[in-house]
Write a protein that binds this ligand. Structure first.
Ligand SMILES: [Zn+2]
Length: 434
């Protein structure tokens, strides 16, 4: 009996070790933090930029973060155009358009709380789950203004890449980045050493800005391999690109590190596989670690949430003045057009005061170079016209009107266009928050 038990025990240990090897030793889920540290050491401007980004973030958070914006719209406020660089050595690495689309679909679900597995969040945390209101689209306009599919395919002689950024340079066997101020660059290639992906935090060089994902951890079909075949590597890495840290605070398994987010529990170390809830560390009982957060290392099927605090931290990069704001207004994909016009292309020509409009009354200020018949068109975030306001004939110079129509606008985000003799002169975005 004893010897049978021992045999079973040995077999169990062997299996356990093997499983551990599969999950930990052969897989390097993410090297963003190592890249972050490397950049801090080697690039003084990155260190300086990160510092001011953090200051801006803390200021945004101290004012209440996204809750201070109190937008009531049910659709994404921010749309991020994506250029996917497929850098392939083998046919299998030249992943299909369908696989790329499957990844974009995952991002649009995960960043809008539309993922069906969100039901797996333990009930103690369901109140923290954020609809991040961030949407992704394949670019439809290239840097020269020509139409594009948002996908580039480049063959390479390199059999694999690492996190040394070679994949981001045509001269090093990769593919040059598109302007980082306008696009999220997403490289798909074979990463060596079991590395699934890495991202560059905000504040770094444009030439290396973006996210790299290995071709077996990208999307949900084709070459995507279990347990990393639900597109969560990109969800996780784009979190870093939007300035999120790992949920355990990157301090090994100690309890001193922080992810700089208030509503995530203090957590010892990272988790692999699919832990059972609750897993207590750092005296964070009874609920324990939030290992089902996208910023942990669990298997794709076991991570399914961002918190409101993480959303606020990401928003600090996307709002006006934020380090990623320019991407949200670049106009590089068709579905972003409405959002483009939400920020004044010519800022001084039209403005709404106060903004947010808080009691149904607001002044629209505008400037004319010559006398014209003036009209305003107000549209919602879906791009639907909600009001056409006629301001009659107006002379050259600055004007201010108080349209009565503002009183009937529901809470939300709107775009107002200034038309002079039927021609658009400028646009701006305003928020109604009664
Ligand atoms: Zn990571």
């Amino acid at each position: 009996m004893k010897s049978i038990l021992l045999t079973v025990l040995v077999a169990c240990i062997a299996t356990f070790t093997f499983a551990q090897d599969l999950n930990t030793a052969q897989i390097n889920r993410c090297s963003s933090y190592e890249v972050f540290q490397r950049m801090l050491q080697s690039d003084p401007s990155f260190a300086k930029n990160q510092q001011s980004i953090e200051q801006f973030t803390q200021k945004f958070l101290s004012r209440g973060g996204t809750s201070s914006m109190r937008t009531t719209i049910g659709t994404p406020v921010y749309t991020i155009p994506v250029i996917v660089h497929v850098v392939y050595h083998t046919t299998a690495q030249n992943i299909s358009d369908a696989q790329i689309q499957s990844q974009i679909d995952v991002l649009n679900k995960d960043y809008q709380k539309l993922n069906t597995d969100v039901g797996g969040v333990p009930s103690v945390w369901t109140g923290l789950v954020a609809d991040c209101q961030i949407q992704f689209c394949l670019a439809t306009v290239d840097p020269s203004g020509n139409p594009t599919t948002g996908i580039r395919r480049v063959s390479t002689t390199k059999t694999s890449f690492s996190d040394n950024d070679a994949v981001k340079y045509t001269s090093k066997g990769g593919d040059d980045a598109w302007p980082a101020a306008d696009y999220l660059n997403l490289w798909v290639c074979k990463l060596g050493g079991g590395l699934l992906g890495y991202a560059q935090f905000p504040g770094g060089k444009a030439a290396t800005d973006g996210v790299v994902i290995t071709y077996t951890g990208f999307g949900t079909v084709g070459s995507a391999k279990s347990p990393y075949n639900l597109g969560r590597s990109a969800t996780h890495e784009i979190g870093h690109w939007l300035n999120l840290r790992h949920i355990w605070g990157d301090d090994g398994s100690k309890c001193t590190g922080s992810d700089l987010v208030d509503d995530t529990p203090n957590q010892g170390g990272q988790h692999f596989g699919c832990p059972k809830f609750p897993f207590v560390s750092c005296t964070n009982g009874p609920n324990g670690d939030m290992f089902m957060n996208y910023m942990d290392y669990t298997d794709d099927r076991c991570m399914f949430m961002f918190t409101n605090g993480q959303k606020s931290r990401m928003y600090a990069t996307l709002v006006t003045g934020g380090s990623r704001h320019s991407v949200t207004i670049s106009g590089k994909c068709a579905s972003q057009v409405a959002a483009v016009s939400n920020n004044a292309v010519i800022p001084n020509i039209i403005s709404v005061v106060p903004n947010p409009v808080n009691n149904g009354s607001a002044a629209v200020s505008f400037k004319l170079d010559k006398a014209a018949q003036v009209q305003f068109i107000v549209s919602n975030v879906y791009g639907n016209t909600v009001s056409v306001i006629s301001a009659g004939n107006q002379s050259t110079g600055e004007h201010q009107i108080r349209p009565s129509e503002f009183a009937r606008f529901e809470n939300g985000v709107y775009v107002i266009k200034l038309l002079a003799n039927g021609q658009q002169l400028g646009t701006t975005r305003f928020v109604v928050n009664k």
